[in-house]
Ligand binder design. Structure first.
Ligand code: FAD
Length: 361
C-alpha cells in the first residue's frame, strides 16, 4: 500500500491550488486524487479553436473586492478583460410583448482570456504532475490511529488503497458526506452541517450560442437580459477576448424539468428566446453548447436539484472532539468565510486550510 503525508481529494481549483501551496513549501509527499478524466471541476471551458474557449462553469471575478484571487491571476501572468456591458439591457416579462430596454449600472466584473480553464492549466503547469491521479474516485475513508486508509475506485472498477496522515477535502462538503463513506462515522451534527451546505451553482445549467458577429451590439444592446418567461432566466454577452461573438444564459427551468427534455430541444427553445430578445440574427448560431451541472454526479447530489436560496453559509472545516478532528480539513470554495461558493472563495478556503495544517504541526 502506498503511503503519503497528504492526500488531496478533488482536482478542481481548490485541490490544485492546495497542491501548489504544498509544493511552494517544499512538500512533495502528497497525492491529488481526481475522479474525472480531466481537471478543473466547476472551472470548465469549451474550446472552439486553439486560442478561444467559452466558460461552461465560472466566468467572472470581481477584482475590486476579490484582491487575493485578482493578485494570483495577475502573478500567474493571465490576461483579463472586462465583461462587455456597453449599451442597454433587456427585461422580458411576457413572450407576446417586446422586452423593455433599461440602462445598465453594473459593478466591474472581469473574465480571463482563453476561459477560466486557463487558470487551471496555469496552476497545473507549476506542479509536479506525477502527484496527480486522474479517473480515480475516493469512495471510503477508514481511520486507523495515526493513519487514514483511502479507498479509491479505479477506472476498471478495481479498488486501490492508499494510506495518509492528512486529508484535504477539496470537493463540496455535501458531496463528500453523500458519496464517501467514513469509518467510523462522522459525528452526526458535523455530518448534518456538511450535508446542509448547498453546493454553489450545482443546480444550474448554462446555454452558449456562438455567432459570426455580435449583432446585439449594433442595436446598442449589451447582450444582458433578464427574463421571467424563459427558458433563459439571465443572458449575458459571452464574446471572447479574441473576438468570437457569443451569448450565454442560465437556464431558468428547474433541474427536474430539464431531465425530461433532450438538449437539442432545450437549445431550440433557448434560440427562440434569443430571437425574441435580439432579433432574427440570433436564429442561426455557428455552434451551441449546454452544460447541465445538476446532472454531473461529481458535483451535484440529489439535494442539489433545487436552486439554493443565496450563497452557502461556510461549514465547519474539521469535526471537533472526534477521531476525525484535523485528520480531514475542508478546503473547497464553500468553506470560505468571505466568498463561500465563489472562485475567490476556493483560493481563500485553501489558504486558510493550509494555515490550519501548519499551525497544527
Ligand atoms: C455554472 C456555474 C457558474 C459559476 N460562475 C461563477 C462565477 O462567475 N464566478 C465565481 O467566482 N464562481 C462561479 N462559480 C463557482 C466556481 O466555479 C466554484 O466556486 C469553484 O470552481 C469551486 O472549485 P472547487 O475546487 O472548490 O470545487 P469543484 O470545482 O467542485 O471541484 C471538485 C473536484 O472534485 C472532483 N471529485 C468529486 N468527488 C470526488 C471523489 N469522490 N474523489 C475524487 N475526486 C472527486 C470533481 O470531479 C471536481 O473536479 C460557478 C459555478 C458554476 C457551476
Amino acid at each position: 500500500m502506498s503511503s503519503f503525508q497528504y492526500i488531496i481529494i478533488g482536482g478542481g481549483i481548490s485541490g490544485l491550488y492546495a497542491a501548489y501551496l504544498l509544493e511552494q513549501r517544499g512538500i512533495t509527499d502528497y497525492l491529488l486524487i481526481e475522479a474525472n478524466d480531466l481537471l478543473g471541476g466547476r472551472l470548465k471551458s469549451m474550446p472552439i479553436n486553439e486560442k478561444e474557449a467559452f466558460d461552461l462553469g465560472a466566468t467572472w471575478f470581481w477584482p475590486n473586492e476579490q484582491i487575493q484571487l485578482s493578485n494570483i491571476i495577475h502573478d500567474f501572468g493571465l490576461t483579463t478583460f472586462n465583461q462587455y456591458q456597453m449599451g442597454e439591457m433587456l427585461i422580458e416579462r411576457s413572450q407576446s410583448r417586446p422586452p423593455q430596454r433599461l440602462q445598465l449600472h453594473s459593478s466591474l466584473s472581469k473574465r480571463v482570456k482563453g476561459g477560466m480553464k486557463t487558470l487551471i492549466d496555469k496552476v497545473v503547469s507549476k506542479l509536479d504532475q506525477t502527484h496527480i491521479l486522474l479517473s480515480h474516485q475516493v469512495i471510503e475513508l477508514v481511520q486507523e490511529g495515526e493513519h487514514t486508509k483511502v479507498y479509491v475506485k479505479c477506472p476498471d472498477h478495481e479498488i486501490k488503497v492508499f494510506s495518509t496522515q492528512q486529508i484535504l477535502v477539496a470537493i463540496p462538503p455535501r458531496l463528500a458526506v453523500s458519496t464517501i463513506q467514513f469509518t467510523p462515522d462522522l459525528p452526526a451534527t458535523f455530518k448534518e452541517n456538511w450535508l446542509n451546505t448547498t453546493t454553489w451553482m450545482a443546480p444550474h445549467a448554462k446555454y452558449i450560442a456562438v455567432y459570426d458577429h455580435p449583432f446585439w451590439r449594433d442595436q446598442k444592446l449589451s447582450g444582458s437580459a433578464h427574463s421571467s418567461v424563459g427558458p433563459l432566466a439571465e443572458v449575458h454577452d459571452a464574446s471572447s477576448a479574441e473576438g468570437s461573438a457569443a451569448l450565454f444564459g442560465f437556464i431558468g427551468l428547474p433541474a427536474h424539468a430539464r431531465k425530461t427534455i433532450k438538449d437539442a430541444e432545450l437549445a431550440q427553445h433557448c434560440r427562440h428566446q434569443l430571437v425574441r430578445l435580439f432579433g432574427s440574427q440570433a436564429a442561426t448560431p455557428k455552434s451551441e453548447f449546454i452544460k447541465d451541472w445538476a446532472k454531473d454526479s461529481l458535483i451535484a447530489t440529489e439535494d442539489d436539484q433545487s436552486p439554493a436560496m443565496g450563497h452557502p453559509y461556510p461549514p465547519i472545516k474539521s469535526p471537533e472532539k472526534s477521531i476525525w478532528q484535523n485528520k480531514i480539513i475542508g478546503i473547497s470554495s464553500e468553506f470560505s468565510p468571505s466568498y463561500s461558493g465563489y472562485l475567490a472563495g476556493a483560493i481563500e478556503a485553501v489558504t486558510l486550510g493550509i494555515q490550519t495544517l501548519f499551525l497544527k504541526t
